[in-house]
Every structure is written in structure tokens, then in C-alpha cells.
Design a protein around this ligand. Structure first.
Ligand code: DAH
Length: 340
């Protein structure tokens, strides 16, 4: 019996050491450790062992079984990791997959450039929320309750959760801001003058989409409040911006207009290079801050004066880069965006 067991062990370990693939390993397992394998079939031989030898033989039996199991487990691990190594081999001569390079969106770039020019002129950048209340979008900007600019058809009013309709009383009193002029109010509410800021961001209006209209677009708003600010400061600032951004031949034209939050008010045109030719382009509005706006934020209009302006960023980018359709800016077509 002892000889038989020792024989099984040495033969088993010998055969196992020669094995190098999973199939042969499995055959080995069945031959030695399987339910009809050599170990199991040696068991009945225990019957013939004398009573006093039984404990020693039984111990040896278990030791041999364990030795074969351990050797088998080690061999499995070895074969397993070997097969992984072969499948993960990298062919370093194979050409790589092309990896597309991303870039900043043409509007983001335009915003960065504009911000940079104004920053050099001493304006700091401020932001305000896109979900606004009517106080900041209208009331504090001297736009009275019955003003046509507040019509529900021209604004995205927000409905209270569970409310029936978004119009009538204008629901929640909240809306998507229709202009960045809201940030003038927010800035003055929590800052003491003098103030010299620009606010850049998205605004929303329910326009029908076409080549020049989109329900969301971007504005850059400027606000300068100090003592003795005049229209000359306003025009000088706009000219300095135009020359720095569009080139030394750029010009600024102001046409008398009306905005509730400025008095006097003007529309701003800038002469810029469009497809190689200098051309006047309407960019937005500007004016001297209306005393009613100062009242609304608690500034004394007898002491403080200021100018403000608001320019459309898409208009600037479209003319500067020769983009014919505003919708292309928001379609995220890489073939279009790659060009800038
Ligand atoms: N908020 C105006 C608009 O969206 C633009 C504008 C006009 C802004 C005159 C100003 C301003 O700051 O003074 O049409």
C-alpha cells in the first residue's frame, strides 16, 4: 500500500511537470484527482492495512492527496497567466488609430478674446444667473409692468411646479433672462461704486429659428459707474475695444435710440472687416445709466453717473469669421467647428 501510494505521488508529480496546456492539465486532473482517479481507487486498499499501521498510512494518504492538489493548483495558475500573456501581446509595428484633436468652440474663443480686451481696459468679469426674476430682468431696469418687452410671447417665463399656465400673472415671477443687463443690477446691489465690469453670458428669447435668430444667444454687457462719467467715456471705451479687437481701422457709430435703463440711449454699430471688406455692423445698444436704475439699487443719482452697453456676441463672431447661419453655431457638427 505504501509503495503504491508513493508510486502514485512520484508518477503524478512527474507527469504534471511536463504539462504545458490546459487540456493536458484537465486530463491529468481526471486521471489523479477525479472521482474515478488513482487516488480514489487506492482508497479501498485501506481495508487490507493492519490495524496498527492504519493511522500512519491514512496520514500519508492525505499528505499525498494534498501534495497533488497543491501542485495541480500551482500548475493551473501558471498555465492561466501564460495564456493571458499570449493574448495580450502588443504588435508594436501596427499603425495606431487616428485620434481626433478637439478644439475650443468658435463662440468660446470669441468670448475669451472679447473678455481679454476688456480686461486689459480695466474691466473685471462678473456673472449672473440665467434663471432670473422679473425684478432684475425688468423692474429695476426701469421697464414698467405694462411695457411691451415684458409680453409673454417675447419671453420664457417659468411656471411654478404644478401651475396650469405660464402666462397671465407670469406664473412664478421667474424667467430665463432675456438680456445680460440683469447683471448690472445684481452687481450694483452688492457692490459700492465705482464699478467697472463686463458680464458675459447666455440670454433667451422665443424667436423662430432662422439664419440670424436663435432662441438662445450670448451678450457682453458693460457697466461703468463713477463720478463725472460722460458719453465721451462711453464712446472712447467702445472705440478702444473696436480698435483692439477688429484692428486699428475699426470705427464706432452711435445712432440715437431708446432703452428704458439708459438716458440718452444709442444703438452701436462697429466698422469691421467682413470677408475682406470694411463694413458697418449693428452690434447692440448703449447709453448713460438712467437715474431710475440708480434709485432701484440705492445709489444716489446726484453723486453717481455711469454708462452701460450690451453687444451681441454671435453677431461679432459671425461677421468676424464669415459664418452665414447662426444655427450652425449650435448644431455641434464637427465638420463646421473644425474650421475655426
Ligand atoms: N439689453 C439690451 C438688449 O438686449 C442691450 C443694451 C442696450 C444693453 C443699452 C445696455 C444698454 O447696457 O445700455 O437689447
Amino acid at each position: 500500500m505504501l509503495d503504491q501510494l508513493n508510486q502514485i505521488q512520484s508518477q503524478g508529480l512527474g507527469e504534471l511537470s511536463a504539462i504545458s496546456d490546459a487540456d493536458a492539465l484537465e486530463a491529468w486532473r481526471i486521471k489523479y484527482l477525479g472521482s474515478k482517479g488513482l487516488i480514489k481507487s487506492a482508497m479501498p486498499g485501506m481495508k487490507n492495512v493492519s490495524k496498527e499501521d492504519k493511522p500512519a498510512v491514512g496520514k500519508l494518504f492525505n499528505e499525498i492527496k494534498r501534495a497533488l492538489e497543491t501542485a495541480f493548483a500551482e500548475k493551473s495558475k501558471e498555465i492561466d497567466s501564460g495564456s493571458k500573456k499570449t493574448t495580450s501581446t502588443i504588435d508594436i509595428t501596427e499603425p495606431g488609430l487616428p485620434c481626433g484633436q478637439g478644439r475650443r468652440h468658435v463662440l468660446s474663443r470669441t468670448i475669451d478674446e472679447i473678455t481679454e480686451v476688456f480686461a486689459r481696459m480695466g474691466f473685471s468679469v462678473v456673472y449672473g444667473p440665467e434663471v432670473e426674476d422679473e425684478l432684475h430682468n425688468f423692474d429695476a431696469l426701469n421697464i414698467p409692468r405694462d411695457h411691451p418687452a415684458r409680453e409673454p410671447i417675447d419671453n420664457f417665463y417659468l411656471r411654478k411646479v404644478g401651475a396650469e399656465s405660464s402666462d397671465a400673472s407670469h406664473g412664478s415671477g421667474l424667467m430665463l433672462r432675456s438680456q445680460t443687463s440683469t447683471v448690472q443690477i445684481r452687481t450694483m446691489e452688492n457692490t459700492e461704486p465705482p464699478i467697472k465690469v463686463i458680464a458675459v453670458g447666455r440670454v433667451y428669447r422665443p424667436d423662430t429659428h432662422d439664419a440670424t435668430h436663435f432662441s438662445m444667444f450670448h451678450q457682453v454687457e458693460g457697466l461703468y459707474v463713477d463720478k463725472n462719467v460722460t458719453m465721451v467715456d462711453l464712446k472712447t471705451t467702445l472705440i478702444q475695444f473696436a480698435r483692439a479687437y477688429f484692428g486699428p481701422e475699426a470705427e464706432v457709430r452711435m445712432r440715437p435710440s431708446f432703452f428704458p435703463f439708459t438716458e440718452p440711449s444709442a444703438e452701436v454699430d462697429m466698422k469691421m472687416k467682413v470677408k475682406g471688406k470694411w463694413q458697418w455692423v449693428e452690434l447692440g445698444g448703449c447709453g448713460m445709466v438712467d437715474p431710475n436704475v440708480f434709485d432701484a439699487v440705492g445709489y444716489d443719482p446726484e453723486i453717481w453717473t455711469g454708462f452701460a452697453f450690451g453687444l451681441g456676441i454671435e453677431r461679432i463672431a459671425m461677421r468676424k469669421y464669415g459664418i452665414a447661419d447662426i444655427r450652425w453655431l449650435f448644431e455641434n457638427d464637427a465638420r463646421f467647428l473644425r474650421q475655426f
